[in-house]
Write a protein that binds this ligand. Structure first.
Ligand code: NZQ
Ligand code: ZN
Length: 390
């Protein structure tokens, strides 16, 4: 196991009606003038926004609002949010929505306290401070409710890039699984796929002797394998949604990723797809993961065989471990298909003629020098072959 330091200060308030505590949470963490940031309308339609306002009112907290965050959130609204926070002297940001709303909120939180262009943070500049933020989560997926990360798309060039810093970790996150019951099945499945991807990206490591995190990741994968089909079959299943919601947080606050090298090639390859085609991030991952895994499998065939046996229930073929490894990747692909995800380039709406553009932005965008580095190093030729195999 590698050395690590792990800082995870978020207070999680979990369960039915948890959003009624949002005003008290903001107060506890020092907020008095809040920006409520939300998405395209689901939080309005469900009545959640009204309940959030009522809780803030009850606690004597004033607020301004900015809605309209799109999935794959854009830089334009972040600039607007920064201006608003400065003009209104906002001291706390409240994200009400999914990963996109939370990531946009994190960008506004860091940008408000920074003299330069907030996009600098998405080009590698260190984030040293940000306004405090809290979240009311409405979809189990990105894990942004517990992570130090934010992913934003810059409209010019449709560059989708991430920024990271402990200052972006939410002070609190309110997780009420019942809020996810209004999700369309496709979004529920895309969220489950993203959670599974966060687990695989950590599982694929070059660090040896990581039994504790291997086993924790496998437990979360088994949970997703069990619960995702239950919730697709019965969207109102609170208990299945509760397990998925906590698994989504556990998968990405990095408790199960510490002390080991991680992959993230499937995510990097996917981000170009959701940037260009505006597809759901999880749907893109359903297409990229099996393709990437097949391509890199021989780098450590026993790691792929291990997950195939322990999670997907494949038989171990000691004479031909590559057969076991491949069976595990096929089992993952079939599983994703069974919950309603696309598994080919065409099903995602992607086009073969765009592959040179995808590869170019992936390997050269934002200061990259011709390759991406994860479990293995993938150069332009590798990435082209992977996109072509989808
Ligand atoms: O905008 P509204 O109307 O709320 O609709 C949203 C959106 O259309 C809808 N939705 C959310 N909760 C709902 C609901 N509809 C009905 N009922 C509810 N309860 O679902 C759609 C998707 O929402 P979005 O926030 O985009 O989903 P998700 O949480 O999957 O976030 C995706 C974004 O997170 C980034 C992705 O790249 C993508 O941009 N990621 C962020 C990470 C992080 N910050 O740590 C890590 C991830 O790997 C990921 O890259
Ligand atoms: Zn993800």
């Amino acid at each position: 196991m590698d050395n690590f330091s792990f800082y995870s200060p978020t207070c999680f308030v979990f369960g039915k009606d948890a959003e009624s505590k949002v005003g008290a949470c903001v107060k506890r963490f020092g907020g008095s003038r809040v920006l409520i940031h939300y998405g395209g309308g689901s939080a309005k339609r469900s009545g959640l926004l009204d309940r959030v306002r009522a809780s803030l009112d009850k606690n004597g907290i004033s607020y301004v609002e900015l809605g309209g965050v799109k999935p794959n959130p854009r830089s334009g609204l972040v600039y607007e949010g920064i201006e608003l926070c400065r003009a209104e002297k906002v001291d706390f940001i409240l994200a009400v929505g999914g990963g996109s709303v939370i990531d946009s909120s994190k960008a506004v939180a860091a940008g408000t306290l920074y003299d330069g262009d907030f996009w600098d943070f998405y080009c590698g500049r260190r984030i040293s401070e940000a306004l405090p933020l809290g979240t009311v989560l409405t979809i189990a997926a990105a894990g942004s409710e517990g992570s130090p990360d934010s992913v934003i798309t810059k409209e010019e060039g449709m560059l989708k890039r991430g920024a990271s810093g402990d200052a972006l970790r939410p002070k609190f996150s309110i997780l009420n699984p019942a809020l996810t019951q209004t999700l369309p099945p496709y979004q529920t499945a895309a969220g489950a796929t993203d959670i599974i991807a966060h687990l695989y990206e950590r599982y694929l490591t070059n660090t040896t002797e990581v039994e504790v995190t291997d086993r924790l990741i496998e437990a979360l994968m088994l949970t997703m394998k069990h619960e995702a089909p239950r919730v697709i079959a019965d969207p109102d299943n609170y208990d299945a949604r509760a397990n998925i919601m906590w698994a989504g947080m556990m998968a990405h606050n990095n408790a199960v990723g510490v002390g080991r090298s991680q992959d993230w090639n499937s995510h990097n390859i996917e981000h170009e797809l959701s940037a260009l085609y505006d597809c759901a991030h999880g749907a893109g991952l359903a297409v990229t993961m099996p393709a990437v895994f097949k391509y890199v499998m021989n780098h450590d065939v026993m790691r792929f065989a291990q997950v195939a046996v322990r999670v997907w229930g494949c038989d171990m073929d000691f004479a031909h471990p590559e057969k076991t490894a491949l069976a595990g990747i096929e089992a993952l692909k079939n599983f994703l298909k069974s919950i309603g995800m696309p598994v080919t380039f065409e099903e995602l709406g992607a086009k073969k003629e765009d592959i040179p553009t995808l590869v170019n932005v992936l390997c050269h965008g934002n200061g990259r020098s011709g390759y991406i580095q994860g479990f293995v190093r993938l150069d332009e030729e590798d990435c082209r072959k992977i996109y072509e195999s989808m």
